[in-house]
Design a protein around this ligand. Structure first.
Ligand code: ZN
Length: 252
């Protein structure tokens, strides 16, 4: 069996980094390669089959905006903050996020950033600065990159928004939000987790703040609050995917 597999690999050596299937229709991806090279100056370091790429279908335009917080608390000054999140979490998107977080596939984060940049450019979304939600030092050490930073950088490059990776800093470690069920505990987990890097002045700026996935929205809300408290004129929150598309059909 292994011999057959090896023989196939010699003839068709590229396997999709998302589904593991043969990336047999890579020819369809020339436009993606062109954009990737224009940003990174090199060809993409991953393979994706056209089936996986083709299954990434964004939500209809009127369903891409949600409220940042799925369950806002009464009196929260940032409770009505908009969140641009074009994809539902599940299927190939879920596999991609998993590969980015646990299998070191940084190139897939870059691909998602390119897709996000194309979407926000086509929708006329503008900002002065594109920044990511920062990763903790421990997770940065484990993973070697901040996936939100990769997405934000590529989205900024495609849409012409300048990127800065160090505007926000994580001042304390937090537990993984995905492992916390209660909304109140999620809010507590990220409360006070971020602060502004003192070398940056964001006053009067419109900031595009990016995370990979938004579930309750508390992480983005907490980070956006720091920017607004430091004088940012507006914060546009953005995430690639949210599982709230499944149960929240209300457009923002
Ligand atoms: Zn695939």
């Amino acid at each position: 069996m292994n011999l057959i597999r090896e023989a196939v690999d010699i003839l068709l050596p590229f396997r999709c980094d998302v589904c593991g299937g043969l990336a047999d229709a890579d020819n369809d991806l020339t436009e993606l390669d062109r954009i990737y090279r224009s940003i990174y100056g090199d060809s993409r370091e991953f393979h994706i089959c056209s089936r996986c790429l083709g299954s990434l279908i964004p939500q209809p335009p009127d369903r891409r905006w949600l409220l940042c917080l799925s369950d806002p608390v009464d009196g929260d000054p940032y409770a009505d903050m908009g969140l641009y999140v074009p994809f539902a979490y599940g299927g190939v998107m879920e596999q991609m996020i998993h590969r980015i977080k646990f299998n070191g596939r940084r190139g897939i984060a870059r691909l998602l950033g390119i897709l996000m940049g194309s979407l926000i450019r086509s929708e006329g979304i503008c900002a002065d600065l594109a920044i990511p939600v920062p990763l903790s030092a421990a997770r940065m050490g484990e993973r070697g990159y901040n996936q939100a930073g990769e997405i934000s950088y590529a989205a900024g490059a495609v849409s012409g928004i300048p990127f800065a990776g160090d505007v926000l800093v994580r001042v304390r470690e937090t537990n993984r939000q995905a492992r916390i069920r209660s909304v109140a505990e999620r809010a507590l987990n990220v409360s006070g987790a971020f602060s502004l890097n003192g070398t940056w002045d964001v006053s009067g700026q419109v900031i595009l703040l990016t995370d990979d996935v938004a579930t309750s929205g508390h992480t983005l809300r907490e980070a956006a609050g720091v920017l607004l408290d430091n004088g940012a004129r507006q914060v546009l929150c953005m995430a690639v995917a949210s599982n709230r598309h499944a149960n929240n059909a209300e457009p923002f």
